[in-house]
Design a binder for this molecule. Sequence first.
Ligand SMILES: [Zn+2]
Ligand SMILES: [Zn+2]
Length: 461
Amino acid sequence: MPPSDPFGTRSHVSNSAIHKHHTLAPDIYKRLFDTVFFKSQVFTTWSQGDRSWSLHCYGDPGCGKTTLAAIAVQRLREMTSASKNVPVVSIFIEEDISTSAGVFLEDFLYCVHQQLLPSAGSETDSHFRRYETASRSGESISKRTRILRTALYSQLDAKQHTLLVLDGYDRLGESLQILLDRELEDLQKHRLRILLTTRVPTFELPLDTNCDGGPDCHAWDLKLFWACTVCSQDPDEAFALCYDCKAKGKSCPHHGTAYLKEDYDHVNISFPDDLREFVEWDIQRCFGIPAAQPAPDSDTAIDFIADIGNITIAKLYLDNVHKDRSLDVVHKPGDRLPRNVVALFDAGIERIKKQPKHEADISLMAIAAAADRDNGTSIVSLEDWMRDALSRLPYLARAPPRSLEDILRCANGYIFEDSIDPDDRVSVEHSSSFKINDRHISYTTKADIAAHGNVASQYGR
Ligand SMILES: [Zn+2]
Ligand SMILES: [Zn+2]
């Protein structure tokens, strides 16, 4: 038995930012996202657990990703309750991480491992006992993590597969994300199936995959498909089948079904934005009207709030409706937005400003550029802005963005790339619910963004 280290931990101190649960608000509308997400082909396929790709669910800041993740955990547990061999684990990162990368990783692995143990106080495996001894005796963090990893793998390998719902990925800085991605990649090899929510979609060059199943199939722009990995080596010969055509027994004319694979490691899915049912339910609840009867004069209000497409902003409006017990708040189109909505936009910009200065400035510049016109700015002129700023500002030039991905990531979901044609990457725009204009932000924040716009546009075009 190695001597114990006075600083070594007897029991694991949990990281205050990482949680196993997220408690849903009691008034949450349980059917929220039902038709648009939980019944979608992509979710049903992923939840079967026999596919290796992860599901990345992205949406605007405040669109309800944590709520979706918490409902997903409930749903998956109900779905898999009959099968003891398919555990559902969840991790909610609810604050920005302030510990070192090594400590975060150890806590992350620990939190997943704890949820795989059959019940509290049950016999733990020998790897885990080694980990506990290593922690008590103050072994190095890399050794502790290595032992913990082995303990986790042995738990995962004993299961048919394990479903992990991970929320709050955006709370991690870039280097932590890279570290965690690497770890998740290894965990996937042990049949861990991952659903993660994120503000910024995992970056991918626009692909345009159509089904080659023959003239009777017109499936295009496929998210889920089987590709012939031999044919795909030559982009001009690429061959892909939609799920339906594969199920009908169609195959590659040159190689049959031998090399058909779902050749992607993740599928990005845009966050469900149809809130109509929820808004209707909430307004009816507010005025105490039975669900079968529509609330009087509420159609316009429901349309207006549902069209926002962002659950946080919709809820802020609904809060005001509840507070005033009146729909007036949505009937003043010419006025400034309600104070709570403006505060939300301001807080988002404040978070961007907390990044390292060069990243914050690049983000605000890109947001200013995208605000220049209604339809955003073209990538070519964004590049001009950036090049000009880099030539004049040495601290930016020392750490320039290396790709469009860098810029989109720093802007934290406030702008996105609008591209339909993969050959023509047209523009970056504000995400739909965050059009930054006079009505959406306070004077100070607006001045901040405008200042960055001026820095760039004074010399650029
Ligand atoms: Zn082929
Ligand atoms: Zn097809």
